[in-house]
Write a protein that binds this ligand. Structure first.
Ligand SMILES: NC(=O)c1ccc[n+]([C@@H]2O[C@H](COP(=O)([O-])OP(=O)(O)OC[C@H]3O[C@@H](n4cnc5c(N)ncnc54)[C@H](OP(=O)(O)O)[C@@H]3O)[C@@H](O)[C@H]2O)c1
Length: 290
């Protein structure tokens, strides 16, 4: 088993995490709904991630729903002291697997308690408010009521740190008037670069930027340039896509998702892949100027 060796860490409030983490969403069944297709493999992926040095796992109680948090608990509880589990609230699943906004203070409070119960802990390390404007694109709308509800739960000791997901720059500013924001989790990868400016802005404030769909999500990234660069480096395209993100900005934390131990190993090894300035220039051209 390979360990993450070049694990430069980043502070999420008082929690120090390796920049190479793991996103648990792919452990649920098809459509992020129901039980995993291979339960033993799901548990093995979680255990190997932590044994390999991953100390930042991204999850939500709406993955499954409940299933993914219950798998994390079964695989890893009692949790290592250095493990930071980041969850998100703000949606609930319909019986038809739909994703529905659940943003009232009562909804958010229920979701925090669901996460605590299914993860088997008394305090959540980090909770992101998942803003539900458009599904994968931030849209402007006030978030004060929702974020204030989470800040109240933080004051009650149920949450250590707060973050945002699917957020605009002005929503980050709005939230920071209410409570400290340690991370922002938005859609971003080599080919989807809408947040270039937001990443720099957050970096100046010491806030982590955590791209979701770092490998392209449900349709993994495909690019001739990416394949050519990967071949020349003796790496895989997915490894190059992750190494590009690590090189892109120091406040980027990775949570690539996989339901496969082999893909997990491949992804973690990307933290050892160095990219030259010339390679970065070629990769930057895939999605526009960085
Ligand atoms: N805040 C939000 O709204 C939001 C939205 C989406 C996701 N997330 C979080 O972000 C994490 C990452 O996003 P994601 O999992 O959706 O997408 P992703 O990491 O971009 O890609 C996952 C997909 O890539 C495949 N894959 C992974 N490693 C691979 C490899 N080495 N080679 C080939 N294929 C590979 C996976 O299939 P296999 O399972 O077969 O490996 C899966 O289909 C999630 O797990 C979740 O925690 C958050």
């Amino acid at each position: 088993m390979a360990r993450i060796t070049s694990g430069i860490s980043f502070q999420l409030g008082d929690r120090s995490v390796n920049r190479m983490g793991y996103g648990a969403m792919q452990l649920a069944g098809p459509g992020v709904f129901g039980p995993p297709k291979d339960r033993a493999m799901a548990l093995a992926v979680l255990r190997e991630a932590v044994a390999s040095g991953v100390n930042h796992i991204d999850t939500s109680d709406f993955y499954g729903p409940h299933t993914v948090n219950q798998l994390i608990r079964e695989a890893l509880h009692p949790y290592p002291r250095d493990l930071t589990i980041v969850t998100k609230v703000g949606a609930m699943r319909g019986a038809d697997a739909s994703w529905n906004p659940a943003q009232s203070p009562a909804d958010l409070t229920r979701a925090v308690h669901d996460n605590l119960r299914n993860l088997g802990i008394d305090t959540l390390d980090v909770v992101n408010l998942r803003i539900m404007g458009a599904v994968h694109a931030p849209t402007e709308a006030p978030i004060t009521e929702q974020f204030a509800a989470l800040a109240k739960l933080q004051q009650q000791g149920l949450i250590r740190h707060l973050g945002l997901s699917n957020a605009t720059s002005s929503q980050v500013a709005e939230a920071r008037k209410i409570a400290n924001v340690v991370c922002v989790q938005n859609h971003y990868n080599l080919a989807h670069r809408d947040d270039d400016a937001l990443i720099e802005e957050l970096s100046r404030s010491g806030i982590a930027y955590v791209p979701f769909f770092p490998l392209g999500g449900f349709s993994p990234l495909q690019s001739n340039t990416l394949s050519r660069v990967a071949k020349a480096l003796g790496a895989t395209p997915m490894q190059v896509a992750l190494a590009w993100l690590l090189a892109r900005a120091p406040n980027i934390l990775l949570i690539p998702g996989t339901s496969s131990v082999n893909h997990l190993r491949e992804n973690l090894a990307a933290s050892d892949l160095a990219l030259s300035d010339e390679v970065m220039r070629q990769l930057n051209a895939i999605g526009g100027p960085a």
